[in-house]
Design a protein around this ligand. Structure first.
Ligand code: FEO
Length: 400
């Protein structure tokens, strides 16, 4: 495995092949916790790993340098998948000083006792000279925690970007040109949709700063390193952070006795006739991770549910809670579904569309018990209208 970014700069992290649930994110391809060692006249470790894997991090470090030679441990982000192994790491590196922002120290102290740690506080724009290389720090609040920070090495035009631009993607290869680009983009999209999406505005501001920097390589805290295609992932982030819509329709639904499923199929059928990209997802057969990823770039989304006890189905409730937190923007949509003797399901979804400020294209399409041909025709027409709205509101992605 090639772990060298540049002579003297190496990946020393851990590949987590088996993780499948990352605080409810379905990590179907596992993940990596990336840490990097910068060796110059002084040596700096950039980030650590998740607590159970601290020994592997230390093994990778000591394969390259004596532990006494490590002068700095930079903490770009205090979340435990990166900072969890800091206590073990600092204990094993006797001459190392932790480098972090004041906010990061505050967040770390809420997790572990840092009172005995040697800490050097840095602010945005501060630098640490290592010899022929310099570490420059850039505060990135709410991308995606308040204490988040990037570390930039101007001599190599190398950006250590912690979670930003990352992917939950376990692979023995460390660089984007060693794996299929489409897979890396898919995983970066899923990562953005499920972790970063609520923070579109700070990300957009950050990208404006990044546009003023000379960046040749982006080394995130998860997944592969952007060595060949850094401009591609920067453009994708600009698309996602600015809520740019593709001509794509997503139909999400749950069903009890196939009535709402039949309606969903007809909504999708109406949308198919447009020739656009259409996805039909049963919410109990599709993970929330996948649904959020599908919704990210879609211009139009229909959501269907039967009424259960005057409410939406529980899985639809979970979906709305999850999407409501992620705050996908710039969508048009409508609700649909069946009921028996009392309404409520589709109506709750309809109300939710207003709470997330999606454009509400029409009143809910509702069927009593079984959808008759008239209702199914209305579903097809609603699907066609949804697709037409998706086509007219879609924007060209920035990298095409
Ligand atoms: Fe990979 Fe926000 O931690």
């Amino acid at each position: 495995m090639n772990t060298q970014l540049f002579p003297g700069i190496d990946w020393v992290g851990y590949i987590d092949w088996k993780v499948r649930d990352f605080h409810s994110y379905d990590t179907v391809r596992g993940t990596t916790y990336n840490a990097y060692l910068v060796r110059d006249r002084k040596t700096a470790l950039i980030d650590a790993v998740k607590a159970p894997f601290g020994d592997r991090l230390l093994r990778n470090i000591t394969g390259l340098v004596e532990p006494e030679r490590v002068d700095y441990v930079v903490c770009n982000h205090a979340e435990p998948d990166h900072a969890g192994a800091l206590p073990e790491t600092l204990a094993a590196l006797p001459n190392a000083t932790l480098v972090c922002t004041k906010k990061c120290r505050e967040v770390l102290a809420a997790h572990v006792d840092v009172s005995d740690w040697p800490i050097q506080l840095v602010d945005g724009g501060d630098t640490i000279a290592l010899g022929n290389r310099t570490l420059t720090f850039l505060k990135t609040p709410m991308v995606h925690w308040p204490e988040s920070m990037f570390t930039y090495v101007p001599e190599e035009k190398l950006l250590f970007s912690m979670d930003a631009f990352g992917q939950h993607y376990a692979t023995s290869e460390r660089f984007d040109d060693e794996v299929a680009l489409a897979t890396t983009i898919d995983e970066a999209r899923a990562y953005y949709a499920n972790i970063v999406m609520p923070f579109g505005r700070p990300v957009a501001n950050l990208l404006k700063q990044a546009a003023t920097m000379d960046i040749a390589m982006i080394a995130p805290a998860h997944g592969v390193i952007w060595r060949r295609h850094p401009e591609r992932i920067l453009a994708e982030y600009a698309n996602w952070a600015n809520g740019r819509r593709r001509p794509k329709v997503v139909v999400l639904y749950d069903s009890m006795w196939d009535s709402t499923e039949r309606m969903a199929e007809c909504v999708a059928e109406g949308a198919f006739s447009s020739g656009l990209d259409v996805k039909l997802c049963h919410v109990r057969r599709t993970s929330l991770t996948t649904i959020a990823t599908e919704v990210l770039e879609a211009a139009a989304v229909a959501i269907g549910t039967p009424t259960l006890n005057q409410e939406k189905m529980p899985a639809v409730g979970a979906l709305l809670t999850y999407l409501g937190g992620l705050k996908p923007v710039n969508k048009a949509g409508f609700a649909f579904g069946s009921f028996g003797w009392s309404k409520g399901g589709a109506e709750r979804v309809d109300e939710w569309l207003d709470t997330v400020k999606w454009e509400r294209l029409q009143e809910p399409v509702i069927a009593r018990y079984r959808p008759d041909e008239e209702i199914l025709t209305a579903c097809r027409a609603a699907g066609a209208a949804l697709a037409a709205r998706a086509r007219e509101s879609a924007e060209l992605p920035l990298f095409d």
